[in-house]
Design a protein around this ligand. Structure first.
Ligand code: PLP
Length: 411
C-alpha cells in the first residue's frame, strides 16, 4: 500500500488528505479505532483534560484508574472482578498477565497458538506464533514456551473432515506438549479468541470448552488476549463472554482508547490479584489521557443499542462478504468473522493461499478505490481484513462492499 499519502483529518471511518481527498478506512487504523477517527465526545473530554492536566505520577491517579477499571469490570464476564490499569499497550498487558499467572501458580512456561500475535516486546515476540518476528533475535529469546496448532479448520493441520470433526486434535496437542515438550512447569496458556493477525481465524464450536477443560485438568491459567477482540469488536463487549471461554485473565488494549489513545488493562478473577505495584508499572501506565479516553470509550460502547447495532450491522457485513465470495469463488476461499471483525481468505486457481494476489487487492483498494484494508505476513499472508470502526453505519458497510465488489471485478 502506498505510504506517500498524508492524512491530516479524520472523521468516523473517513480520512482526508490536505487536498480534501476522502478515503474510507475499512480497518479502523490498526484495528484500534473502536470509535473511529476523532469521535466528538472523546475529542471533547480529551481537550478538557489537556487543558486541565496532562500528567501526574500514577501515585495520584489511583482513584481515577479504579473508576475506569470498575466501568470495564461492570461489562466483563461475571467471574472477572478485579484488574490492573498500569499499561498502555497490549504487549506489556500480555506480559503482565503472564507475570500474574507465574506468580499465582509458581510455574513459568507458556503455551500459545501457531499464527498468534501477542506483541512485540522481546517476551511477547517469543510467545507469538510466528518465526518471522523472532528470526533476528535468536540469541536473546528464551525457549521456555511452546506453540501448539491453531484451530484453523479451513486449512486443518490434521486434515480433519470439518470443524470439530477431529475431537479437537489441535487442543489435544496441549497434552503432548506438556508431557513431552515442557519441563513440567506450564503456568499459562495465552490465546486470542479470534486469531486477528493470524487470519481472522474463528475457532469451531466446542473448542473453547475443550481448552478450558484441559487447562483445568493440568492446572494451567487461561489468558484470553482480547487486545483485538475486546471492547465490542465482535459485537459483544468481550469475545470471552460471547464464546463463554471462562478465562482466568483477560487482556485489553487497542479499542479501549477509542480514537487511538494508547490504553490497556488486565482483568482477572479475584484470586489472581497477586501483583505488587512495583512488579508491573510504567511511567505512562494509567496516564490521565489514557484513563480519560478509556472511561469515555466505555461509556459510549456500553450505551443501549450500541453493541446491538454492531451485531446487527455485523450480520449485514457478513452477508455481503459472503455474497462477494459467491460472486468470486475462485478468488475468495473462505469468509470468516463476527461483528465488525472479518477476514477474506484469498486463494489461487488451485485453492492454495495467494499472498501476492492478497497484497494486490489491498493495493488496488487503496490506489484505485480509496479504501484502506489490511493484510499481514502471518501464516500464509493471504487474508484481507475488513474491520471498520464500531461506529460504522449500514450505509458505510454497503459503501465498503460496493468498493470491494469493484475491486474484485477489476482483478
Ligand atoms: C491480539 C494482539 N495482542 C497483542 C498485541 C500487541 O499490542 P500492542 O501493539 O499494543 O503492544 C496485538 C497487536 O496487534 C494484538 O493484535
Amino acid at each position: 500500500m502506498s505510504n506517500n499519502v498524508t492524512f491530516t483529518k479524520g472523521s468516523g471511518i473517513r480520512l482526508y488528505t490536505p487536498e480534501n481527498e476522502e478515503y474510507i478506512d475499512g480497518a479502523s487504523g490498526t484495528f484500534n479505532l473502536s470509535l473511529g477517527y476523532s469521535h466528538p465526545e472523546l475529542v471533547e473530554v480529551l481537550k478538557q483534560q489537556v487543558e486541565n492536566l496532562i500528567h501526574v505520577s500514577s501515585a495520584f491517579t489511583a482513584e481515577l484508574a479504579q473508576q475506569v477499571l470498575d466501568c470495564i469490570l461492570d461489562e466483563a464476564p461475571e467471574h472477572i472482578t478485579d484488574g490492573w490499569m498500569r499499561d498502555i499497550i497490549g504487549s506489556t498487558a500480555n506480559e503482565g498477565a503472564v507475570k500474574i499467572a507465574n506468580k499465582f501458580n509458581g510455574k513459568n512456561e507458556v503455551v500459545s497458538l501457531s499464527l498468534s500475535h501477542h506483541g512485540q516486546t522481546l517476551y511477547t515476540t517469543n510467545i507469538s506464533g510466528n518465526a518471522f518476528r523472532r528470526k533476528s533475535f535468536s540469541n536473546t529469546i528464551s525457549t521456555k514456551n511452546a506453540i501448539v496448532p491453531a484451530p484453523y479448520c479451513y486449512r486443518c493441520p490434521f486434515s480433519a473432515k470439518g470443524p470439530g470433526q477431529c475431537g479437537f486434535l489441535c487442543a489435544e496437542a496441549i497434552y503432548d506438549y506438556v508431557e513431552y515438550g515442557s519441563s513440567g512447569s506450564v503456568s499459562a496458556m495465552v490465546m486470542e479468541p479470534i486469531l486477528g493477525n493470524g487470519g481472522n481465524i474463528v475457532p469451531p464450536d466446542g473448542y473453547f470448552e475443550k481448552v478450558r477443560q484441559i487447562c483445568d485438568e493440568l492446572d494451567i491459567t487461561l489468558i484470553a488476549d482480547e487486545v483485538q477482540t475486546g471492547i465490542g469488536r465482535t459485537g459483544y463487549m468481550f469475545a470471552s463472554e460471547h464464546y463463554d471461554i471462562k478465562p482466568d485473565i483477560i487482556t485489553l488494549a487497542k479499542g479501549l482508547g477509542g480514537i487511538g489513545i494508547p490504553a490497556a488493562a488486565i482483568l482477572y478473577k479475584p484470586e489472581y490479584a497477586v501483583l505488587e505495584k512495583f512488579e508491573h508499572s510504567y511511567t505512562s501506565g494509567g496516564n490521565l489521557l489514557s484513563l480519560t479516553a478509556s472511561q469515555k470509550t466505555m461509556e459510549v460502547v456500553s450505551r443501549e443499542g450500541f453493541l446491538e447495532n454492531v451485531r446487527s450491522s455485523g450480520i449485514v457485513l457478513g452477508e455481503l462478504l459472503n455474497k462477494l465470495k459467491e460472486n468470486y469463488p475462485r478468488i475468495i476461499g473462505d469468509v470468516r468473522g463476527i461483528g465488525y471483525m472479518w477476514g477474506l481468505e484469498i486463494i489461487d486457481k488451485d485453492g492454495a493461499p495467494d499472498p501476492a494476489l492478497t497484497n494486490k487487492i489491498i493495493d488496488i483498494a487503496f490506489e484505485d478505490h480509496s479504501l484502506i484494508l489490511r493484510g499481514s505476513r502471518y501464516g500464509f499472508g493471504n487474508v484481507v481484513k475488513v474491520r471498520p470502526a464500531l461506529t460504522a453505519t449500514v450505509d458505510d458497510i454497503e459503501e465498503i462492499y460496493s468498493r470491494l465488489n469493484k475491486i474484485f471485478s477489476q482483478i
